[in-house]
Design a protein around this ligand. Sequence first.
Ligand SMILES: NC(=O)c1ccc[n+]([C@@H]2O[C@H](COP(=O)([O-])OP(=O)(O)OC[C@H]3O[C@@H](n4cnc5c(N)ncnc54)[C@H](OP(=O)(O)O)[C@@H]3O)[C@@H](O)[C@H]2O)c1
Length: 307
Amino acid sequence: MIISIIAAMSDNRVIGAHGKLPWDIPADLARFRSLTMGHAVLMGRKTFESIGHPLDGRKNIVLSKSMGRTDGVIVARTLQEGIAAAEGDEELFICGGEAVFREALPLCQRIYLTVVHGQYEGDVHFPQPPCSFAEMHREEFLEGSPSTTYLVMEKVDQIQPGSDVFELREKGVEALNRQLYFLARCCFGQAQALEDAPETASDLAFSQAKSGGDVGEALKLAERAFRDDPDNLRIRLNLGRILVLAGEKGKGLEMLRKGVQAGGGQEFYTELAKCGTRGTPPIKSLPRSHPLNRYLGLLMNRLNMRG
Ligand SMILES: NC(=O)c1ccc[n+]([C@@H]2O[C@H](COP(=O)([O-])OP(=O)(O)OC[C@H]3O[C@@H](n4cnc5c(N)ncnc54)[C@H](OP(=O)(O)O)[C@@H]3O)[C@@H](O)[C@H]2O)c1
């Protein structure tokens, strides 16, 4: 699970005043909603009270030592307990306020930060992230009132200027493994600019699709990489995943199943399982995790004996 912080702060780092947000920016609230929807959100008791109700479509975790049982929320007594309650989710969003951000910063891998331009009066502030966080994505909305800048930062070992294709690819793959998709996109983008290669193009496409880039563009890039190197299982895996992300689930599943038949391993099974496509185990009377079921299932998939 990736732990992210999501916050909006003014140029002078204010995030709140007298228990409320000091601004009203519907577009930013809409972005918050769309980023967090379907995931776990964790917040301090005062932030929860300022919202006034659990956030719909999300697992709500509220940190408090004083709050009793409350409908629609999990009350956690410590940050660690709150994080444990989100386990199993792909991404946990830490939503504030100040003390919660401060405590969570050393544990988090990504920060979605809206900078609201202007000096605001307030009583709570956003702490300075450590310099291990690098900006991975920036969008300016200067015509808004107030104008805002939307930033995504990820915890990284900085990309060394002058890195060669091998180093960039290695860093990109490591970032993908850690689900640091913005960083992966930077690394593969730079590697691809130095040397056009199908596998790098395919990894770039996947990190683009996962980091809020244009999924249609990512799909075109992944398809091109697949045409250039159809026997490469990593390229096939990326294309299968991107097809699913692009809403073409049937084609994506076919791509992934063929990957299994071609000898693809655990990553293909994991993707298929995420799509909820696991069939009944070969020996129904034994648990799915029983070694006989695991090896028979593997064999049947390899021999294309499962629908
Ligand atoms: N701009 C933004 O992105 C943003 C985001 C969130 C909030 N805000 C603003 O920030 C303000 C609220 O934030 P705040 O900093 O005053 O309060 P808060 O962090 O929302 O809530 C503080 C409370 O959370 C509980 N808590 C915090 N850390 C805990 C821990 N480690 N273990 C157990 N409980 C813990 C405690 O509750 P108990 O006292 O019950 O033990 C504590 O009093 C509001 O103005 C809100 O609008 C802004």
